[in-house]
Design a protein around this ligand. Structure first.
Ligand code: UDP
Length: 253
């Protein structure tokens, strides 16, 4: 599928809606090799400015969905109406439903978060999507990558949800995806904490007003430093005066 590709402050993303993203990911299962799916938001875009390796990984990823209302806002400022925000946590729930519905029942490995959280996440997902084949689980505080890679490989999983925080999760999938013999690896951030019920999702009131970030800040004030990425992002977008978001092809010229 030819994808509508953009760059924002030099970081790639695809203008896809949820249905298209799911279709593309399903397609990866039939292809050779390992595919990286990134859900990109303002915080990651700002990190990519300072971490060239991370930027390269995102720019070479197979699918980068616009997560976070900041990306939609920035595009609008540049006269581009994106299809929709594709929230990471929703994407991985919906893709779990796709996996559960497939006759061959591809295995899903849940890697990340504190000990016990991936197991609880697996339990919740299987309750919601009966037939989902959980090939294995593991926490995100392993000492050697090799151990995690060997566990994934021996589980026979075709898909890994990596909840290691960014950029660790994207680097992990890029570096080890082939060796772990996975077809799709998705960086899912703090999603296991939400799905397992460890952390509450923001109430609808906050979601409707696009203030999920504010709710999270209220719950976890220690994260305030990370939230500074948001005003920095807005400033960087404003500075580029309508040029912050452009077609990927144009950016290459
Ligand atoms: N995490 C992990 N290993 C690490 C660091 C973090 O498994 O070495 C987990 C953490 O427990 C949390 C998730 O990664 O479940 C996402 O962390 P964070 O909220 O920092 O990332 P974000 O969602 O903002 O990307």
């Amino acid at each position: 599928m030819d994808m509508d590709t953009y760059q924002i402050l030099g970081v790639k993303f695809h203008n896809v809606d949820m249905a298209e993203a799911l279709q593309i990911m399903e397609g990866f299962l039939k292809e050779e090799g390992s595919h990286l799916v990134v859900t990109v938001g303002p915080e990651m875009i700002m990190r990519a400015q300072e971490d060239p390796e991370f930027k390269r990984i995102v720019n070479e990823a197979d699918l980068v969905v616009p997560d976070g209302i900041g990306v939609i806002w920035a595009a609008k400022r540049c006269g581009i109406e994106l299809k929709e925000r594709v929230a990471g946590v929703e994407l991985i729930e919906k893709f779990a439903a796709v996996l559960a519905s497939k006759e061959e029942r591809p295995g899903l490995f849940l890697l990340g978060a504190a000990p016990g959280v991936s197991e609880k996440t697996a339990q919740k997902l299987v309750e919601r999507y009966p037939g989902l084949n959980i090939a294995g689980t593991g926490d995100g505080f392993f000492k050697e990558d090799e151990t995690a890679v060997a566990n994934i490989k021996s589980s026979g999983a075709q898909v890994v949800y990596a909840a290691l925080g960014s950029p660790k999760q994207e680097k992990f999938v890029r570096q080890h995806g082939e060796q772990a013999k996975i077809k799709v690896g998705v960086g899912v951030g703090g999603s296991f904490d939400v799905i397992s019920g460890l952390k509450k999702r923001a109430p609808q009131f906050f979601v409707k007003l696009h203030l999920e970030w504010f709710y999270r800040l209220l719950c976890e004030p220690s994260r305030w430093r990370r939230f500074l990425a948001i005003p920095r992002f807005m400033l960087a977008v404003a500075k580029q005066k309508g040029e912050a978001v452009r077609k990927w092809e144009e950016a290459l010229q």
